[in-house]
Design a protein around this ligand. Structure first.
Ligand code: GLU
Length: 594
């Protein structure tokens, strides 16, 4: 029984699944699976030297990963150091969502200089990718077939992203930030319910149960792992140790890179990803996009991310809502703002290194006023606007609407360090367990299915068409909100595929305009308005009231019981940190006052 010790540790399991929006100011729980114990507080060991008095906080989707972040923060690490520690642990305990085989976006607030930077570790298509690679006999490939194909695998960006962000911000040595994950992978961790729950349903249908490496790891002796089993991943520990000691070249060249290429080129539906594609990968530092909203500034990730939608939705909302609006009318304005913003996003966004994305025009107040002044009737399909109407020129005739689906398999975390630096990061392997192809202790992504997978030579190309070397468009929107003095106000973001912009915007409007606490804003029913229908989460109140109000107003409403958000939010107010973890997932918050 390789890698598996059949021990069930109930007490830790209970700790692992303590969910819900929480604000914990407690000692850390030990990640030792055999005997969880509190570690004494170290609150006075680290003093901020920046005038920052609020302490530190981490809100992450799994308790082990929150603890890893807190451990690094307690050593005086920068939020970026803690982010790498948290994410390498997530790659171990939440491999269905993100990991070394995937990519992501990290938005960093550097307190000294009050700058926001965006680190883009999005996967890239191989040189051999083609615009119609997801078509078969004139038809779009079935989603599951495409997801588990070698064609879906992009060059993983996470390790290059770590390095770029660490070089710019890291305070602890590079090798140190990998130690919590190496230790946990070596000593073992209790298999979380979230991971285990997927395994029986994937058995028999997914490559995960068949691919060399993943089959033995997730299905020891042919049976799916169970929640509560203690699992080691010595291959992952060895990979991380090499990255810690040798740097990213251990990943992007040599044995590991050769194994990534071989796994992507394996049957069924082999792709073309080569060692040259992997060796030439570059993570990119981009300017974050920041724009005023009321007396705040919303800062996020530029394309290929959809981060600009946070600016679009918040400002459209203000254009659409009346001063004396009831809560239900406010929600209607939120729905209409989303419908307009999604239609523009779906039409214009793609890889900014390949096409011109007119993002500055799309967030311009004059353009947003024009969009809001031309609302779309509740029952109609929203269509994109044309910036030429306001600015005289646009790329509106170039593209076609693209409604690519992005099923959820991602994670978001928010971190503030002891000096008031912050990270908002969303990391992903795309769908659950990515392509299910296993290499050196982790699964490879299926991120290339985020491109416009449908291709019709008779139609204009989509802005988000598959292009060799390009990055697929993403919905991931890690966001940092600043106040008028460029001080930190809020860190937010979520997984959830193309619902991410809606989930994330709900926390900004919920906290700022609907006067909700962080916990209540996270728990508030999710409302997603992309395309003709509006999805309303009706499991919690006021979901049912919202659904019937919108139906009465003429919207096509889909009631949904349970949404895939994983909002992890930190609010800074009155020199205090207020954090929340989405009760729809298993995350926790840890904090410490200085
Ligand atoms: N692959 C998606 C994107 O980049 C994210 C999927 C998810 O959130 O689960 O937008």
């Amino acid at each position: 029984m390789k890698n598996l010790l059949s021990i069930t540790v109930l007490s830790l399991l209970v700790f692992c699944f303590e969910t819900g929006p929480v604000h914990i100011n407690a000692a850390f729980a030990s990640p030792d699976p055999a005997e969880p114990s509190a570690v004494e507080g170290t609150s006075n060991e680290v003093e901020g030297d920046s005038g920052w008095t609020a302490g530190y906080m981490a809100s992450v989707a799994n308790p082990y990963a929150t603890e890893a972040a807190a451990e690094i923060l307690a050593q005086g690490g920068h939020a970026v150091d803690a982010a790498i520690a948290a994410h390498t642990v997530l790659g171990l305990v939440e491999p269905e969502s993100s990991g070394l085989g995937g990519g992501g976006f990290m938005v960093v607030y550097q307190q000294d200089g009050q700058q926001v930077k965006f680190y883009d570790g999005r996967e890239t298509a191989p040189a051999g990718a083609s615009v119609d690679m997801f078509m078969q006999d004139g038809q779009e490939m079935g989603f599951f077939q495409a997801k588990e194909s070698g064609k879906a695998v992009g060059v993983p960006g996470a390790v290059a992203l770590y390095k770029l962000a660490h070089d710019a911000h890291g305070q602890l040595p590079w090798a140190d930030v990998f130690q919590p994950a190496i230790r946990l992978a070596t000593e073992g961790f209790v298999v979380p319910k979230k991971m285990a729950n997927y395994l029986p349903m994937l058995s028999g249908v997914s490559l995960l149960a068949q691919f060399p490496g993943s089959a033995e790891y997730f299905y020891p002796d042919g049976e799916p792992l169970q929640a509560g089993d203690v699992l080691r991943n010595l291959e992952y520990a060895a990979t991380l140790t090499r990255i810690a000691e040798e740097g990213p070249q251990a990943f992007y060249t040599g044995e590991i890179a050769a194994s990534i290429a071989a796994a992507a080129q394996a049957e069924p539906n082999p792709g073309t990803l080569s060692t040259d594609d992997i060796a030439s990968y570059q993570a990119v530092i981009r300017d974050a996009i920041c724009a005023d909203w009321r007396d705040l500034q919303i800062c996020g990730a530029t394309p290929p991310s959809s981060g600009a939608m946070q600016i679009m939705v918040a400002n459209l909302y203000d254009e659409l809502v009346s001063e004396d609006a009831s809560q239900m009318e406010k929600i209607q304005a939120f729905v209409d703002a989303q419908r307009l913003a999604y239609a523009d996003r779906d039409y214009y966004f793609g890889d900014p290194d390949r096409i011109n994305v007119p993002v500055e025009q799309l967030i311009d107040p004059a353009y947003l006023s024009y969009r809001a002044a031309n609302p779309i009737a509740p029952g109609d399909v929203p269509t994109h606007g044309d910036p030429a109407t306001v600015f005289g020129t646009s790329s509106a005739t170039l593209w076609r609407q693209d409604s690519t689906a992005e099923p959820a398999g991602t994670t978001h975390f928010s971190i503030v360090d002891n000096n008031g630096n912050a990270v908002s990061a969303t990391m992903t392997v795309e769908s659950i367990f990515g392509s299910a192809r296993w290499v050196a202790g982790f699964v490879l992504n299926n991120q290339l299915t985020d491109f416009a997978t449908e291709y019709d030579p008779e139609l204009p190309e989509a802005a988000n068409a598959v292009r060799p070397g390009a990055r697929p468009r993403s919905s991931m929107s890690p966001t940092i909100v600043l106040d008028q003095n460029d001080e930190l106000f809020m860190i937010t973001g979520s997984p959830g595929g193309n619902s991410i912009p809606a989930y994330t915007a709900k926390t900004i409007l919920g906290i700022v305009d609907w006067n909700l606490s962080v916990a209540d804003a996270i728990s508030f029913p999710n409302i997603v308005a992309r395309g003709q229908s509006v999805r309303v989460e009706t499991g919690t109140e006021p979901g049912t009231e919202v659904a019937s109000f919108l139906k009465d107003a003429g919207y096509q409403v889909q009631e949904s019981r349970g949404e895939n958000s994983g909002l992890h939010v930190i609010l800074v107010q009155d020199e205090m940190l207020e954090g929340g973890a989405d009760p729809r997932r298993a995350g926790t918050v840890l904090s410490r006052a200085p």
